[in-house]
Design a protein around this ligand. Structure first.
Ligand SMILES: [Zn+2]
Length: 247
């Protein structure tokens, strides 16, 4: 797959979003889910010509509109847009170079997953939403100060193997997905899992979901292609809150 368009079943709104609109919505929706570390964080989405739609540098994710999304080439040079590109784009360039399955890549420092990244422990799966990602949650435990340099970014991506989600120790998260809707679900599931597990562990711990149950839930979500109805519902809420997100 080389395009990022969100595929909805017939009758599911919002229909006909452009990739830029869907990506602007993804920024806003993830901000509401805890991906809210000021102007940090970036998302890239591969286009059919190989170029990448990208987060404009200097904006919080809750203010991004479709017309703010920039387009860059595979060396990080700006092709379209009025905002600069982050110097940390190297991580995304490496992801898209090394992972043919990476249509969308998300990096940020969400509050609860970053707590677990600091402990270098994987949060257990305690409920349904936490189980909706099929891949193992990988920990990259060698933080050397950012991801701007190619070899540091490459080490981060290599540590993931074929997984779609990683905790980057003392830093944040990296999520890889085959579509915008799947990226949304993966990010929401990961941050929810981290938050719930922190709460359970603060009471002394609980009983994690049985692994076969978690695996079955994850397979169901995979077969739905990232649960586009969930994306659509949260997108409608965001569009009601601020219709200018689509401008
Ligand atoms: Zn970062």
């Amino acid at each position: 797959m080389t395009t990022t368009a969100v595929q909805f079943e017939e009758g599911v709104e919002p229909a006909g979003l452009t990739d830029r609109q869907a990506l602007a919505l993804l920024h806003r929706m993830l901000w509401s889910e805890g991906f809210d570390d000021r102007i940090a964080g970036h998302i890239t989405a591969r286009q059919s010509d190989g170029s990448l739609l990208c987060t404009p540098y200097g904006l919080r994710w809750d203010e991004v509109r479709a017309s703010d999304i920039i387009r860059i080439d595979r060396d990080g040079r700006i092709l379209e847009g009025r905002w600069p590109v982050t110097t940390a784009i190297t991580l995304h360039l490496v992801v898209h170079k090394m992972r043919s399955d990476a249509v969308v890549a998300v990096h940020h420092h969400p509050e609860w997953a970053t707590v677990w990244a600091a402990t270098r422990k994987v949060p257990p799966i305690y409920d349904q939403l936490s189980a909706f990602v099929e891949d193992d949650l990988v920990i990259y435990d060698d933080y050397s100060g950012g991801v701007n340099e190619w070899d540091l970014a490459e080490a981060n991506v290599k540590s993931m193997g074929g997984s779609g989600q990683a905790l980057l120790a003392n830093h944040g998260v990296l999520v890889v997905a085959t579509s915008i809707a799947e990226a949304h679900l993966r990010c929401v599931s990961l941050e929810h899992r981290a938050k719930l597990a922190w709460r359970v562990e603060s009471l002394g711990g609980g009983i994690p979901l049985r692994s076969e149950v978690a695996a079955k839930l994850a397979r169901t979500m995979r077969d739905k292609g990232g649960w586009p109805q969930f994306f659509a519902s949260m997108a409608r809420a965001e569009m009601r809150r601020d219709p200018s997100v689509l401008d």
